[in-house]
Design a protein around this ligand. Structure first.
Ligand code: ADP
Ligand code: 5GP
Length: 193
């Protein structure tokens, strides 16, 4: 990828705590990074804003971007629900000199690994157990019971990709996970300056 910033990929089964960890890293402020806002054709959840959480698109808009080759990667993460990383978004952020965090699913993660090789750091956030994952999804309260089951039924498939990642961190005690993530990201940025 052109530009001065580094690319860091986070993947995890939905509900593991990936967004929480990224938010804590931002609050700690020790690492400069920008968040690559992905595009999706899923509906916004309560409180989510267009251009902040995602670029929310219609099915047709998403398809047009596919046809124009605008995505670095995209994936049908859930039936009929597409998510993709826009080239323009990552290039803009890197060229601004920021490190860029991609919060993407495992298939997207694998595509980015193939594309960027050693120029990307990939982290996989593992749940302590599937039962704990279920209770986190339930406590988050943002998804209906059938959406929660849909997410859980994909979790084992996603976990099977963990060995492909540079670092696997089990998100048990949040504070520890955040510190671990911060350490490996700092080491990566320093080693590749
Ligand atoms: P993701 O981004 O991976 O889908 P979230 O960051 O939304 O997951 O976290 C899912 C839920 O789990 C949230 O309610 C969050 O507060 C909670 N959570 C995150 N990390 C932990 C942790 N280490 N222990 C307990 N609960 C956690
Ligand atoms: P959610 O609907 O919970 O926001 O996200 C569901 C899944 O889509 C998560 O695993 C998230 O990492 C993934 N995702 C979000 N953006 C992208 C993207 O741009 N590309 C890919 N491949 N997956 C994404």
């Amino acid at each position: 990828m052109e530009g001065k910033g580094k690319v860091i990929v986070f993947s995890a089964p939905s509900g593991c705590g990936k967004s929480t960890i990224i938010q804590k890293l931002r609050e700690r402020g020790n690492i400069d990074f920008a968040f690559s806002v992905s595009a999706t054709n899923r509906a916004p959840r309560e409180g989510e804003k267009d251009g902040v959480n995602y670029y929310f698109m219609t099915d047709d808009e998403f398809k047009t971007h596919i046809d124009k080759g605008d995505f670095i990667e995209y994936c049908e993460v859930y039936p009929g629900k597409f998510y993709g990383t826009l080239k323009s978004e990552v290039i803009r952020r890197c060229n601004e000199g920021h490190n860029v965090i991609l919060d993407i699913d495992v298939e997207g993660g694998e595509n980015v690994m193939k594309l960027l090789g050693n120029d990307v750091l990939t982290l996989f956030i593992m749940p302590p157990s599937i039962d704990e994952l279920r209770s986190r999804l339930q406590n988050r309260g943002t998804d209906s019971p059938d959406k929660i089951e849909e997410r859980l039924s994909r979790a084992n498939y996603e976990i099977s990709f963990a060995p492909k990642y540079d670092v696997v961190i089990t998100n048990d005690v949040l504070q520890h996970s955040v510190e671990e993530c911060e350490k490996v990201i700092e080491d990566f940025i320093e080693s590749t300056v």
